[in-house]
Design a protein around this ligand. Structure first.
Ligand SMILES: Cc1cc2nc3c(=O)[nH]c(=O)nc-3n(C[C@H](O)[C@H](O)[C@H](O)COP(=O)(O)O)c2cc1C
Length: 449
């Protein structure tokens, strides 16, 4: 049950008025900032290393490695950019954190900026997130008024300014290089990745060293500093310091055909079955589970035989899917897989920025063939054509948006995606045309989250 899981980020989530600084201050608010400002940069990064924290935006990259990459003794300014674009369908945990606990993010930003010696922090919030942006702006204003932001924070000599920057609502702008371009007023298109270009930690916004981290990653700096990295790492899977591990807790967005959809904080490694049937209360109307998408709409779906998979980076990776952004979407037996995939392909084709051919053209072909199958004009060879197109997008697009479209259908490199598990549904539709067995159209279910 959620209440039995340690709550590091959501500890005070239920306290009325916790989004106000006076209430927040009565609940350990800004204690981590006070503590961090007495520590040197290396000591903070070491706590983050001990915590085993991996980026919560999707890729799971170790946070301390990024932070350590900021050049020492350069006279260029350093920047922290918080990725609050949250474009992955099914994902709403950053929205929830910013709405309910805006000071947790502001506090995390102050600690992170101190750790990477940054005097300016930008929160890049997706255009649709008007209320979260208001909440963050209010929290920033309150933090300035209490001396947690601005000049000489708490007499430490450290100066920091924080800005909210609203995007215009493009999935691509969540990709970190596109996000930085958008922040600088350019088109939100991705840039070259190393080795052909320097890493953002060396040359990011305005050609200066930049850290881009997800909202949840940055907020997690607060419990890590408050409790110490080693204590934070006591829960989770794998052994800290001995190879890849999934330590600590994770915010997840549980949606779809569950009785209790919502945003929850779970310990990494909690079995998917427990999340769906205990935390989520089981399948709505007591229908049968058909499949689940573990980490947001770009992660390959998994059928019920994977219910006992621990919800962590390694175990979900071994299934051929991913933990991704932590959006667990649940589908019951009424759902049509080709109809869901049609909906998804439309999304990715619409959101492709058009910079590279595999993604721009490939996603459109995936749409056209799906539309044809759904309209009753599918051809037997269409299924292998879909796989072929997906495999020609995967790994060949300029950024991972192309992969995000290909993976739900075909998995990684001809691996296990929707067509592998539910090929017969495509075959049936093609055989019987639009008169085939009718299943409900399946938009991404977000109700109640
Ligand atoms: C198309 C695309 C969209 C993305 N959207 C987001 C997003 O909305 N939020 C996010 O934190 N990361 C997103 N990412 C991942 C970021 O590029 C980056 O890896 C992440 O912000 C790093 O932060 P982290 O290390 O704290 O996870 C996206 C990546 C791609 C390819």
């Amino acid at each position: 049950m959620p209440s039995e899981q340690p709550q590091y980020l959501y500890k005070y989530r239920q306290v009325p008025g916790i989004d106000d600084i006076d209430v927040y201050l009565k609940h350990e608010g800004y204690n981590a900032v006070r503590k961090a400002l007495t520590m040197d940069q290396e000591a903070i990064i070491n706590e983050v290393k001990l915590s085993g924290l991996r980026g919560r935006g999707g890729a799971g990259f170790p946070t301390f490695i990024k932070w350590n990459g900021i050049p020492k003794n350069w006279d260029k300014p350093h920047y922290l950019v918080v990725n609050a674009d949250e474009g992955e369908p099914g994902t709403a945990k950053d929205r929830d954190l910013m709405n309910a606990l805006p000071h947790l993010l502001v506090e995390g930003c102050i600690i992170s900026c101190w750790a990477i010696r940054s005097k300016a922090c930008y929160i890049y919030i997706r255009g649709e997130y008007i209320q979260p942006a208001r909440q963050i702006q209010k929290a920033i204003d309150q933090a300035y008024a209490k001396g947690f932001l601005g000049k000489n924070i708490l007499g430490s000599g450290f100066d920091l300014d924080m800005y909210v920057h609203m995007g215009a609502g493009a999935y691509e702008c969540g990709e970190e290089s596109a996000l930085m371009s958008s922040l600088m007023g350019e088109r939100g298109m991705p840039r070259h990745k190393p080795p052909s270009a320097p890493l953002p930690v060396i040359s990011g916004v305005w050609d200066s060293p930049t850290i881009v981290n997800n909202v949840e990653t940055i907020a997690t700096a607060v419990p890590i500093i408050n409790m110490g990295g080693a204590e934070y790492a006591k829960v989770g899977t794998g052994t800290p310091g001995a190879g890849p591990a999934s330590r600590g807790t994770k915010l997840i967005t549980l949606s779809g055909h569950v009785k209790k959809p919502g945003n929850y904080e779970i310990v990494l490694g909690t079995p998917v079955r427990e999340i769906i049937y205990e935390i989520g209360g089981g399948i709505k109307n007591d229908k049968k589970l058909k499949f689940f998408i573990p980490g947001g709409s770009s992660t390959p779906l998994l059928p019920p035989e994977f219910l006992d998979t621990p919800y962590d980076y390694e175990a979900l990776g071994k299934t051929g899917s991913l933990l991704g952004s932590g959006a667990l979407i649940v589908y019951d037996e009424t759902v049509s897989v080709p109809a869901l995939m049609t909906r998804l392909m439309h999304f990715y084709a619409h959101e492709s920025c058009g910079k590279c051919t595999p993604c721009r053209e490939g996603t459109n072909w995936l749409v056209k063939i799906h539309d044809r199958i759904m309209a009753g004009g599918g051809r037997p060879e269409d299924i292998d054509l879909l796989l072929d197109i997906s495999n020609n997008i995967f790994g060949r697009s300029f950024c991972a948006l192309g992969d995000a479209a290909a993976m739900p259908l075909a998995g990684f490199f001809a691996g296990k995606g929707a067509i592998y598990y539910f090929r017969e549904e495509y075959e049936e539709l093609i055989r019987n045309g639009a008169g085939g067995k009718k299943r409900a159209f399946a938009p991404l279910q977000m109700a109640g989250v």
